[in-house]
Design a protein around this ligand. Structure first.
Ligand code: PAN
Ligand code: ZN
Length: 187
């Protein structure tokens, strides 16, 4: 019987994906107006400062029921004011779709918010596995001094609703308070 080498490879230590069919997106400081509480501090930073990068392997068309996607996100260490570098965060467009995140390296926090706007967070350390239930907005912050990388697996028909978060934000922000992460409610 013939064997085929898989077309995708992932480093278990960094999450870096290589192979064919990988899509990449980078989010720089200039791409993230309004994301952080201290917008003047963001606007003063070098616009091409990298905040995070996503690599995604999407073997079936967007929206395929039953399909699964795989991706790696790497968030750089850094802060805007006293808020850690973080992802934009989203609900899924098909709101009941769930997702797994697995931390590969670095230190971080998974911030979750349900539809009643109740927020909580889970520490991310290498090997920690996080189940994100449906109807739950999710975002990750890098709370450490090294890049934070994590793997994600999500349904191909989940889609991303960024709009709700862009308009209303999360109800709490992960800030560096006395040198430690603290989830601080928005006033
Ligand atoms: C992840 C995220 C990734 C980047 O793959 O898309 O970490 O975060 P934002 O999409 O919020 O910018 C995922 O949750 N996919 O569903
Ligand atoms: Zn998601």
């Amino acid at each position: 019987m013939e064997t085929h080498a898989p077309s995708l490879h992932m480093s278990l230590s960094t999450g870096f994906l290589s192979g064919s069919g990988i899509e990449e997106v980078s989010r720089k400081i200039a791409d993230l107006p309004g994301l952080f509480a201290d917008e003047p501090a963001r606007a003063r930073m070098a616009p091409d400062t990298l905040v995070y990068r996503v690599q995604a392997f999407q073997p079936v068309p967007d929206g395929t029921p039953g399909g699964l996607y795989w991706g790696t996100t790497v968030i750089q260490p850094g802060q805007v004011g006293d808020e850690y570098f973080m992802t934009k965060g989203h609900f899924h467009k098909l709101a009941d779709r769930s997702e797994y995140y697995i931390a590969a390296s670095g230190e971080g926090a998974l911030i979750l918010m349900d539809t009643e706007r109740r927020a909580r967070w889970e520490p991310m350390t290498p090997g920690s596995v996080h189940y994100i239930p449906g109807h739950t907005a999710h975002r990750v912050a890098n709370t450490g001094r090294e890049p934070l990388s994590f793997f994600a697996c999500w349904p191909a028909d989940a889609g991303h609703d960024y709009d709700t978060i862009a308009r209303h934000g999360f109800s709490a922000r992960l800030l560096c308070v006395d040198g430690r992460p603290a989830l601080v409610e928005e006033k």
